[in-house]
Design a protein around this ligand. Structure first.
Ligand SMILES: CC(C)(COP(=O)(O)OP(=O)(O)OC[C@H]1O[C@@H](n2cnc3c(N)ncnc32)[C@H](O)[C@@H]1OP(=O)(O)O)[C@@H](O)C(=O)NCCC(=O)NCCS
Length: 387
């Protein structure tokens, strides 16, 4: 049975002073249900993606809490955790349930409340998305540190100038400046990016995604349900593929490719019967600038070592680019409330396919979302198409 996305909503990403985790998740969920024209009592299951809810916000048991607040009734409510890929895991479980004919209409929500904790607490919490018995974790390798290692290796292997990393943040901050939900809605210049304070060499402040709060929700339904309910502009789920990979830095065979992404992408393209060149628009997991280069090469959008020059040439811009990447501004500009990120990426792809984005890629019919957890320990790739 074909699964379709039939409604979506998200909160603004950034610092949510007033709202707690469940407030954010509930608001996004209600918005998605309204958009889909679905009453809470009609929802047959809830899949919620979050990573830090318990550790940072003290809210354990999130799916049951959000289901109760929404008044969903006595339906299954399940929390999915896959670090920064938690939101995609929730979406994939919803799709699997609909495709298997278990449910006809389900709610997916990803949410995170992070800014109430200090940067040090968040950094420690995020670093635990790895094997905590590994040497790299015990030596204190943080996520900025890990991606700095990948950046150093990429620059060395392909003889790329470190200053080219700034082109990714300048492009994504420019895209994000038109995204009304983005954490950062101001562009940055190349000079500002290159002059920003160092975080983990060669990564500077604008090479890093921020610590954000936010929630995003999508209603997934069977094509039969959507047709029977007269859903306008449903978006087809053409593939939802997931793979596992190394859970510590020392397990990686290469520092310029994440094997879980390569495997999940192969599965996704096979299932969707598409090649990378047929994808019109993609949201990729640019938790750090270097991650966007590696993602676009692992996905087959660019040959190895060529993403840096392609970015510098403007190929990944919405305006005039042949391969538009991260029209939302990506994690770098949109923000990265980790459990919400995968769902928000999918929302941007739905907007693009429906032709309703603030950064519309002309004629976009096929889109891909690439969401990664940990040191590449999980990758979830989703392909959506016009219904
Ligand atoms: C980069 C980082 C360490 C900066 O944190 P920090 O030094 O504590 O910064 P603060 O929160 O004190 O913010 C200070 C200023 O920098 C800005 N800022 C913080 N992080 C930023 C980022 N990533 N990009 C741009 N600006 C940022 C803040 O908006 C604030 O600006 P203001 O003074 O104009 O209000 C933090 O954002 C971080 O850890 N990011 C990575 C998160 C991560 O690893 N996610 C998982 C990825 S897999």
């Amino acid at each position: 049975m074909l699964a379709q996305a039939v409604g979506y909503s998200q909160t603004a990403f950034g610092r949510a002073e007033e709202d707690g985790f469940a407030d954010l998740a509930t608001r996004a969920s209600r918005g998605a249900l309204d958009a889909a024209g679905v009453e809470p009592e009609a929802v047959q299951a809830l899949f919620l993606g979050t990573y830090a809810g318990l550790a940072l916000g003290g809210q354990g048991f999130p799916a049951a809490v959000v289901a109760a607040r929404l008044g969903l009734g006595r339906v299954p409510a399940t929390t999915l955790e896959g670090a920064c890929a938690s939101g995609s895991l929730a979406f994939h479980q919803a799709v699997a349930a609909v495709e298997a004919g278990v449910h006809d209409v389900v709610l997916v929500v990803g949410a995170e409340k992070m800014t109430s904790a200090s940067t040090a607490e968040v950094t420690k919490m995020l670093a635990s998305a790895s094997d905590i018995a590994s040497d790299s974790y015990r030596a204190g390798l943080t996520f900025p540190g890990f991606f700095a290692l990948l950046a150093r290796r990429y620059l060395y292997d392909y003889g790329v100038d470190a200053e080219l990393l700034a082109d990714v943040s300048v492009k994504n901050r420019d895209h994000g400046s038109r995204n009304p939900y983005a954490h950062f809605q101001t562009p940055v210049t190349r000079d500002e990016a290159l002059g920003a304070r160092p975080i983990a060499e060669p990564l500077r402040l604008f090479d890093c995604s921020p610590i954000s709060d936010g929630a995003a929700a999508i209603v997934v339904a069977s094509k039969e349900w959507a047709s029977a309910h007269g859903t306008e502009r449903p978006v087809d789920v053409l593939a939802a593929a997931q793979a596992s990979g190394p859970v510590s830095a020392e397990e990686l065979e290469s520092f310029v490719s994440l094997p879980a992404v390569v495997v999940a992408a192969e599965k996704a393209f096979t299932t969707a019967r598409l090649t990378p060149n047929e994808i019109d628009v993609a949201e990729v997991h640019d938790c750090f600038t270097i991650a966007e280069w590696i993602a676009t090469e692992d996905l087959g959008f660019f040959k190895r070592g060529e993403a840096a020059a392609a970015t510098a040439d403007g190929a990944t811009r919405v305006e005039g680019g042949l391969r538009p990447i991260n029209p939302s501004g990506g994690l770098l500009a949109k923000g990265h409330p980790v459990g919400a990120t995968g769902v928000a990426q999918l929302i941007e792809i739905i907007r693009q396919i429906r032709g309703e984005s603030y950064n519309q890629v002309a004629g976009a019919e096929l889109g891909l979302a690439h969401n990664v957890g940990g040191t590449g320990g999980l990758a979830a790739i989703t392909v959506l198409g016009r219904g």
